[in-house]
Ligand binder design. Sequence first.
Ligand SMILES: NCCCC[C@H](NC(=O)[C@@H](N)CCCCN)C(=O)O
Length: 454
Amino acid sequence: MTKTKLQKSLRDSVVTRWAMLLLVGFVLAANYYFYDALSPLKSTLTKEFGFTSTDFGTFVSVYSIPNVFFLMAVLGGIILDKLGIRRTGFLFVAFMAFGALVTAYGASDIYINDGFGYAFMSSFLPGYSPELKMMLLGRFLFGLGAETSIVVISKIIVKWFKGKELAFAFGVKLAFARTGSFLAFNLSPVLIESQSGWTLAIWFAAFLVLAALLVFLIYMLFDLKLDKQVKQEGLLASTDEFHISDITKLLTNRSFIYVTLLCLTFYSAVFPFLSFSSDFFLNKFNLSIKESGFISSMLPIGTMIFTPLFGFFVDKYGKAASLMIYGSIILVVVHLTFAFTNLSPYVLMVILGLAFSLVPASMWPSVAKMVDEKRIGSAYGLMFSVQNLGLWAFPILAGVVLDSTNPTAAETLDYTYTMIMFAGLGIIGLVFALLLKREDKVSGYGLELPSNSK
Ligand SMILES: NCCCC[C@H](NC(=O)[C@@H](N)CCCCN)C(=O)O
């Protein structure tokens, strides 16, 4: 009697694939921790280094420059589709770690006391302090690595979870990211009070990213094992050459265009807002750095719970296009409420967490329905580059609007116009979400259908 050979690979083991998610989840959490670590410290940066709101906005936005102007996220996605997960992932997580260390160095006493590079950074653009310039360089390098490493991690999730609980896994992955943000908003205000100096908050963040690099090395061992196994069993998907026509195909896909534009406007109304949010609460409600940081962290905490739930819902029942519409509506309502009322920011941030779960939990798995798995790296990379245009422009604009609508040296900052700007972005996003749902009826991608029905 012949035995039927069961072709099982590591990804068929529930424990192993969720353990992989834990490893890459840590890398993602460290990435988001660093991104947000300085947001509750806006007033500290003003006190220590004389940062204006525009300087702070520039610091936040420089993260996006490599991704917008050098198309790093697109190139990273293409490199990923060509070189594979391990080499691309290691390279870009290493960039992230290096950039994080340079940022911390730029704020450190060693640097300020004429350390390496201080004289050089003082020798040009006198309008910007040498601290700001070194920190900008660090964040630039961090951003160069961070966005592509998110693309790599997304591809890792697709690799291990496609055809299984994909949207739920995406949701859990995002919960890791939000845990990083949550911790940053709460830990940074505590760490600035350290006896060894306020910059401990930045050093801690930088060393967390370095630890992420080591964790990624561990992941690489499993990834190699899976590839060997799959190759032996002849299950490996053929690796195609990258063709420029892949990008043109994406750019002529209406659903992809709408989802990308929604990604741009929605995230521009969320991440730049979040970066300024602690300072907004501090000024509007006259709170301490710790309290305002805590309120900001209500957003990631809401999403840690809701995102996996909505991911699960999308897997089981579909309705992804509708959920993106609901999320966009909530975003607009919350921003307008922030602008014009004094309602409790605690409650509003949790409600904003609903929006910030509905849209990501349904958006990212939807892209996997529109695009072939082999092209997913390029597709996410392209979306990220477009999205980064907003993540670059809107923090600067928020800072400029703040500086120009408030008198110099004002005791408290009025954020009304800045919030109206964020609400406006939300309204444009809502239009794209509606167009996406309408297009789904003709495209046949089945965004309203459960995950495994495609
Ligand atoms: N599968 C893609 C997941 C993306 C998650 C998304 N992050 C981004 O869009 C990043 N490009 C920007 C991150 C900037 C802050 N760290 C998210 O919802 O976080």
